[in-house]
Every structure is written in C-alpha cells, then in structure tokens.
Design a protein around this ligand. Structure first.
Ligand code: BDP
Length: 709
C-alpha cells in the first residue's frame, strides 16, 4: 500500500451472514446525473461495499415503495418531491445531512447534494470500521467556510510543502493529467471540505492569463462533482505586472475596472468560483499601503469584483513589517491588531479576515491571536497549518489537534462574557453569517500526499474540526487509525499513544515555556538554531542573554502586547504569577533561575524537558517496531525510516538547545547531563582516515562545534 487512498482504503473485512443481511442490495440515487455529488456518493458507496465486504449493489433510480434492502441518497428536497413528505427528517442547515440506517431502507439525505455526499462518506466510515449498528441522526456544519489552502507555485514547486511537487501546476501552466486532483477531491470531500485555494498566497499573476484560466476551469470541473469549489490567491500588483497599467491603486477607476474584467473572465471559466484569497502588504507582497490606502480599501476592491457572482474574499491578517533591530520596543506579535483593529466594520459583508491561530507564525505554542477579540463587526476565519512547517516538516511525528485546541477552546472573555475562539470564528459569538476555517495543507504528488503516512491524521482531523471544533482529539485520531491501518487493537493503541505523546514531546525538545520553536528563523524553519531568533528584523526575539530569557510583552514594562486582550485575559498575562508556565517566556523576561509554578527553575526546566521530550521521541521507533507484521511492509518501512530519523534528530535538538543555553547562562544541569557526555566518543577525536574535521555553524548543533566530513 502506498498511501494514495489515505483513510479511504476500504480494506476488506470479514462479514458474517448477519452482517451480509445488513448490507443494501441496491443504491437508489435521487439524482443520476454523472457529474453530480449524489452520483459521486453512489459510486463511492458501491465501491466501498465491494471493497470492504465483497458486496455487489446496483445503482438505480429511486423507487419509493420498495421492500428490498436499499440505500437512498439525495437531498431532502429531492426526496420529498419524489416520495412525498417525510416528517421524521429533522431540519438541516446548509450542507448538513441526516443518516438513518434503521430498517431495510438506509437513508442518506443532505440539505444539499454536498451534504448527501458527506453522509455517504459517514456511512462508509462506519462500514470500514466494522460498525453496522442502527443509527439515525442529523449533523450540521459549525460554519460555512471549510477551506484548504495550497501554497503551490506555477512552476510546480510548493512553498513549505514536503510531499513532492504540485498536483496542479508545472512549468508555468496547469498540468494535463488531473488524476491526482480527483483523488485529492475525494479525500477532501470525505472530511467535508468545501473549497480549495489552489495557488500560493505569495501569488504569481500569471495564473490569470487566458490559457491558465482555461486550465483552472479544468481543475474546477474535477472538484465540482465532489462538492468542492476552487478559489485562487491574487497578487495585488497584477493590474500593473500583468495588465500593463501604471498603477495598482485600489481606488483608481482603471484598476477597479481591470479587476472586474479579470473577475468576469475567471467566472466564465469557473462559474462557481469560491472566491479570492489575498496576502497584501506583508513579507514583501504588494498591497494597498503602497498608495496610502487602508487594508480594507484593498479587501473591498476584490469583494466588489466577486460580489455579483456570490464570491467571497479571504483577506489574510498575517500583515507585518520587518522590524527595526535597534528598536527593542517593537514586537511583531502586535502587528495584526495594530493593522486591523481600527478597520473593524469597514470591510464589505463578503470579506472574511483569515487569522493565524497565534500572533506570530504557526509556532509550537502560542497564545490565541488577540485579533479574534478585536473584530466584532467583521467575519473571521481560523487559519491552521497542516503542513508541519515549524514542526518537523513531516520528518517528525507531531499530531496537531491538541495544539490547535489550546487556541480553539481558549476563552477571550470579550466584554466579560464567555467568548471561546471557536465561537468567534464560526460566527456564533458576534452573530456573523460568514466564518470558518482554512488550513494550509500543501499536499504534493508523493503517494503519501504529505511526505509521511502518519501526518495524514492531521489533515483528517482538520476537516473534522472545521465541521465540528468540539470533536475530541483522540476520538478523531482513532477513527483515522482504524480507517488507515485497520482494526487491530495493538495497532490502535500503539498509534494512539505515539500520536498523543508527539506534540508534547516535540515541544519538549524544541522550545518550551512559550519561547516558541527554536528553529532557524531566517529561512528553513527546520532544525535547531536559537541564535537566529534574536537581533534580526524577522526575529521573534527570545531576548536571551547571560542572565535571563523571554520577551516582556506586558503593558507596564514591555511591548504592550498583553494589552491587546480583553481585560480579564490581559490581567492574567500581565502578571508573572497568573501567566501559565507554558507561556511564561512568551509574556515575560525572567532570570534563568526564576522558579516556575512547578517549583523548577527555568533553566532546569529547559534541560529536563529537552531530555524527556527526546527520550519520548526515541520510544516512537520501538513502539512502531512492535507493529511489524500487523501493517503492510510498504507503509511500515516508510514510517519506520522517518521515526528512526526523528530519534536521532530529537537528540540533536536536545543537545543543541541545552548546550546553547548552558553556554549562555553558565548554569550547570543539576542532573549533570548537559555537556557531560562522558560515554560519547566525538568523531573529531578519532583517528580519521579519509575524513576531515570542520567547524559547524551554528556552533550548538554539534558538540564542541566540530563535525567530520
Ligand atoms: C510563513 C511562511 C511563508 C509564508 C508565510 C505566510 O514561512 O513561507 O509565505 O508564512 O503565511 O510561515 O504568508
């Protein structure tokens, strides 16, 4: 098995006589048009029944009064029109569905055709987990926006993608063979994703050429039967760079008409285009500020262009300037609120501000972005990252939902009232019609999609959380394990244990107490490089010196960031005493000898956490080894190789970070481990035959700064 089917493998299961009697003999579709989601649902059920239980069910048109066992799929409206009223079906919201497996007639009815398809995948997920019980329930989405973003470039590379080149683009154009796009559509529909932005937020305007818009149309045609719409990222300067105008000022009439013209062309090729995603005035991308216009002027330009077609604009809140290294009162964490707060209420109704979970950038632990508490009259969406940019780039096992939930479940206490982040972006708290989630996924042509079989649990769980943010991390994980690796209990327990331990382990050996992931910050975002975090304009500034560490973000003494939260939360973070240990260094600068609530000093916590985290990561390899023979060889070996690598890399992390802070602070490890590897023989001290020594940079990534080559 190569992973291509992800969690939709439909692996064969035994089926007793009683089991056989519960399987439908036919599949009755309320829409038999081959390009409809209902038809896709029917084919999927037919395929699933055959692959899981060897059962052959015929697809046919609906017969309302049949006594044979059947599964009926369609929308509630189609059902009522054809078979009369059905009072037992509960009221559904947009894209919701009702699934009833009671009696010989199984019914899967959506409020929309997409809803019906989701219901079909839900039914198949039960079957594939050996669950043939009788159920009857309805489920509805938490929010209308359940998108994924791909950071694919027109040349076929993917920014921060670790699963091979793009499935959409190559050599400046859309690829001819869209087979992988169809397979991706299937995976995404099964987790109820309803739109995909196909190109990088650092966008290339050439996607808008007539030839490429035709290609975009082909992509959309492949996604459409799966109920998934296509969206695109725009480059703000396109009127100038592609259109040949001498300006891209969002208020200039020639620019406005250029965009409305291009938008018309986009909709000619993709009549149901979901909308535009815009990154502007950030990290070198052009934007409205070039012309002293506001970010809302920029967003509304596009909102008005797509409005006639029912499109929306996802406008990213990830806007910040490169900081001035000599000015220590500047703080990148302040940027989003500073840029957006005063614009609340200025955005058109079809604009959604897309906000990363934390104020910096997908770190191993961040406080919830305070922007969610500052936009009361603006629709918002949560931006998560499935691709593990700062979190081991798929070479490390890190199951992300427990990290995401620290933010989704956080109570911002706006106006002193319960204001869970998930109730804000789903629109409930401030009564917004739009809202939802977007995740940067970055699958590629590798058959594992993301570069690692185990990382697919993050994509699966992302979809589940976009539908229902209260879904439990372990429950989602276990569904994914059964669907991906089968029903063996040892397999289930082992992968559950490894995955649930993985984020705390990674935090342990990368960056703890809220200091953030201590990777190289300047480009790769991989591997330990704590020194790169300070004294540069992009830096997140750990502000470590010989005496202490952490960034003072208080109002009283620091950068003022804690004051961006509503009063109760601001007060909690303002004081060292009430700041939780795991975010201490995010909000405060303290001496290495400062005692945590746990009773340990900061530096000893660092040392211990790096040892415990790396030790846990090393158990993943042996835990996985215990599954040999219970998982097919191809996937078993692929995962084993990555976990072997992680074992070693976690030690590099551990020693690099511990040595760095030991060198800086001069404070010994009370357990005498740091810098005391008496058992270790350094390569550079051996008699070298055919090898040369060299000095490593950054120094802390090799003991004694030396390696051999
Ligand atoms: C950072 C990535 C960079 C992205 C940027 C973004 O390193 O490649 O362009 O985020 O989100 O995390 O726009």
């Amino acid at each position: 098995e190569n992973g291509l089917d992800g969690w939709l493998r439909y692996a064969s299961l035994p089926c007793s006589h009683q089991c056989q009697s519960k399987l439908p003999a036919s599949i009755m579709l309320l829409n038999v048009t081959e390009t409809s989601p209902v038809y896709a649902a029917g084919s999927e059920i037919q395929d699933g029944l055959k692959r899981i239980y060897g059962a052959h069910a015929q697809i046919s048109q609906i017969q309302c009064k049949t006594s044979s066992s059947t599964v009926v799929v369609g929308t509630v409206e189609q059902y009522r029109k054809t078979c009369g009223s059905s009072s037992e079906i509960p009221e559904l919201e947009e894209d919701g569905f009702w699934l009833s497996t009671e009696g010989p007639k199984i019914r899967i009815l959506g409020s929309t055709e997409s809803g019906a398809l989701y219901g079909a995948f839900e039914y198949l997920s039960m079957l594939a987990q050996g669950n043939l019980s009788e159920v009857s329930y309805a489920t509805n989405p938490s929010a209308p926006i359940r998108w994924v973003n791909q950071w694919d470039n027109m040349d076929g590379t993917i920014e921060r993608g670790y699963g091979g080149p793009s499935i959409f683009f190559n050599n400046g154009a859309i690829v001819d063979d869209l087979t992988r796009v169809k397979q991706y559509a299937r995976l995404l529909a099964s987790i109820r994703i309803n739109a995909v932005v196909v190109n990088n937020v650092n966008a290339n305007a050439t996607l808008l050429t007539p030839e490429n818009l035709k290609g975009l149309g082909r992509i959309a045609d492949v996604f459409r039967p799966y109920g998934i719409k296509v969206g695109i990222s725009l480059n703000f300067a396109s009127p100038e760079t592609l259109g040949g105008l001498d300006t891209f000022d969002p208020l200039d009439p020639s620019v406005i008409s250029w965009w409305s013209n291009i938008t018309e062309q986009v909709y000619q090729h993709v009549p149901d285009m979901a909308g535009y995603l815009v990154k502007a005035d950030s990290e070198g991308q052009p934007g409205p500020q070039t012309y002293n216009r506001t970010l809302s002027d920029g967003a509304n330009l596009f909102a008005r262009a797509v409005h006639p077609y029912g499109g929306i604009v996802m406008f990213r809140a990830f806007v910040y300037n490169q900081l001035n290294e000599s000015n220590w009162t500047e703080d990148r964490a302040n940027a989003a609120v500073n840029f957006f707060k005063d614009l609340d209420g200025e955005f058109d109704d079809n604009v959604v501000v897309q906000i990363k979970y934390g104020p910096i950038d997908f770190q191993v632990r961040e406080p919830a972005s305070p922007l969610f508490a500052n936009l009361l009259n603006t629709s918002t969406a949560m931006e998560l990252e499935v691709t593990q940019e700062y979190l081991g780039q798929q070479s490390h096992l890190v199951y992300l939902p427990p990290l995401w939930k620290t933010v989704l479940d956080f109570d911002l206490r706006v106006d002193g009232k319960p204001s869970l982040v998930r109730d804000v972006y789903t629109g409930k708290r401030f009564k917004r019609k739009l809202g939802g989630s977007a995740a940067v996924v970055n699958v590629g042509t590798n058959t594992t999609w993301l570069g690692s079989h185990l990382s697919m649990s993050n994509l699966y769980a992302y979809g589940r959380l976009a539908w229902n943010p209260t879904d439990d991390s372990q429950t989602m994980l276990q569904d994914w394990i059964r669907l991906t690796f089968g029903l063996d209990r040892t397999v289930l327990n082992t992968i559950t244990k490894m995955s649930m331990e993985s984020w705390p382990a990674y935090e342990g050996y990368s960056g703890n107490l809220g200091i953030q992931t201590l990777t190289d910050i300047l480009y790769t975002h991989y591997g330990p490089n704590p020194a790169s975090q300070d004294n540069n304009g992009w830096g997140q500034w750990t502000r470590a010196d010989h005496i202490g560490i952490g960034m003072d973000r208080t109002v009283s003494n620091g950068t003022g960031f804690s004051g961006q939260y509503p009063d109760e939360v601001a007060a909690m973070y303002e004081s060292i005493d009430t700041t939780p240990d795991d975010l201490l260094l995010w909000f405060h600068h303290v001496n290495y000898t400062h005692r945590l609530h746990s009773g340990k000093t900061v530096i000893q916590h660092f040392y211990d956490a790096h040892y415990t985290g790396a030790a846990t990561a090393q158990t993943f390899f042996t835990q996985w080894e215990s599954l040999k023979g219970k998982i097919d060889d191809e996937r078993y070996n692929h995962v084993l190789r990555l976990l072997d690598y992680q074992s070693g890399h976690s030690i590099i992390w551990r020693d690099a970070i511990n040595n760095f802070y030991y060198n800086l602070s001069g404070i010994p490890d009370t357990a005498n481990r740091v810098n005391h590897h008496s058992w270790r023989i350094e390569a550079e001290n051996m008699k070298l035959d055919g090898y040369k020594t060299y000095t490593v940079s950054p120094f802390e990534t090799a003991s004694g700064s030396m390696a051999i080559v």
